[in-house]
Design a protein around this ligand. Structure first.
Ligand code: NAD
Ligand code: UD1
Length: 316
């Protein structure tokens, strides 16, 4: 089968590309490398295009050249905090570019089996009802969340109105190998991992905790996310539907720090700072819709962090 992954040099996209190539599929990736890295991909096996999804001419060429079976829309400015700093640019990438891609798919991809759009748990905001169900109240607190929800709606509209087969996944907090820790807005587990690596190298590392550390997230390991993406893209009944992708269990940031301290048998220096604007306090997923497709999360938070750290240390 032929797959296109936008943002495929990033954390989740490159893990998905590897899985698909291992399963014998043809994979094209388009990524501007703003956060992703070419080294995340085996470019002998993946066809890599360095480009911006906002480049309409380039996107037109991509969809004219190849008839894809599956398209995963993962390219995004993926940070909530970054979107608050750069709302216009976030909007162009996270909404406008996706809408243009949907239009091109409708016009040029007649045999497409499924478009899967990567949305986010951020769309639920901090409305207090937990766990979050797919039909829970939507209360976006950031430009990122607004654009994710609007893109979701366009994806579902293209499914319902124009017959483009599509599904939406709402990732909770994904972690694992190849998550880029270099931006201050990177995923928190990649930042903590990086701080511990600095400390192991003898440097004086300090981890900044925004807020009191009691905020909770449903941290889901990349392998479970790949399982979910395969199930949603291949299932007939998932067409036109939205799926939470998490574990169904919440963990606080303070507990995460404890798991790391225990693993490395050292105590990370912490610097408690005010909470970030737009930050959500508590979040975890009801995953029963995904479970109905056959999803079984394999990684508890401890098992997932240990697998992640084992691989990170092998690569040191
Ligand atoms: P990531 O930053 O590693 O991946 C996104 C990729 O998109 C990067 O490689 C980046 O270079 C690329 N990109 C950004 N702007 C682009 C542009 N204009 N043109 C082409 N490529 C561009 O993030 P990720 O964690 O792999 O996230 C993948 C998707 O899942 C994103 O849409 C993100 O919003 C969503 N998501 C992620 C999480 C998470 O916890 N990681 C949670 C919810 C939703
Ligand atoms: C993350 C994802 C976002 C996704 C959302 C879904 C990234 C960069 N962000 O956002 O794409 O849509 O999950 O739930 O992958 N924190 C610190 N110190 C740090 C960094 C973060 O204390 O150095 C705190 C944050 O303030 C926040 C928590 O850790 O309270 C998680 O932050 P982050 O990893 O950025 O995730 P989300 O904002 O939940």
């Amino acid at each position: 089968m032929k797959y296109l992954i936008t943002g495929g040099a990033g954390f989740i996209g490159s893990s998905l590309a590897k899985k698909l190539v291992d399963n014998g599929h043809e994979v094209t990736v388009i990524d501007d490398l703003s956060m992703g890295k070419k080294e995340n991909l085996d470019t002998e096996k993946v066809y890599f295009i360095k480009g911006d999804i906002r480049d309409n001419e380039l996107m037109e060429q991509v969809f004219e050249k190849t008839q894809f079976d599956y398209v995963f829309l993962l390219a995004a400015i993926a940070s909530v905090a970054d979107s608050i700093q750069r709302p216009i640019e976030t909007h162009e990438v996270n909404l406008d570019a996706n809408l243009n891609i949907l239009k091109l798919i409708k016009e040029k991809q007649n045999d497409i089996k499924r478009v899967v759009f990567a949305s986010s748990a951020a769309v639920y905001g901090d409305e207090p009802t937990l766990p979050k169900k797919e039909n829970s109240q939507i209360k976006p607190l950031s430009p990122y969340a607004i654009d994710k929800f609007a893109s979701e709606q366009f994806v579902l509209l293209y499914n319902n109105l124009y017959g483009v087969p599509a599904s939406v996944v709402r990732f909770f907090n994904v972690y694992g190998m190849n998550q880029n820790p270099e931006s201050p807005y990177s995923g928190v587990l990649s930042i903590i991992t990086d701080k511990f690596k600095q400390k192991l190298a003898g440097k004086d590392a300090v981890f900044n905790v925004y807020g009191d550390g009691n905020q909770e997230r449903d941290f889901v390991f990349i392998e479970d996310v790949i399982q979910a993406l395969m199930l949603v893209s291949e299932s007939e009944s998932s067409r036109g539907n939205v799926y939470n992708v998490g574990t169904g269990i919440a963990t606080s940031l303070n507990r995460i720090i404890e798991i790391y301290n225990d693993y490395f048998k050292i105590s990370m220096k912490l610097n408690y700072l005010p909470s970030r604007d737009g930050d959500i306090r508590y979040s975890y997923a009801d995953i029963s819709s995904l479970q109905n497709l056959g999803y079984v999360p394999i990684y508890s938070i401890v098992k997932g962090i240990h697998s992640y750290l084992k691989k990170e240390l092998e690569n040191l």
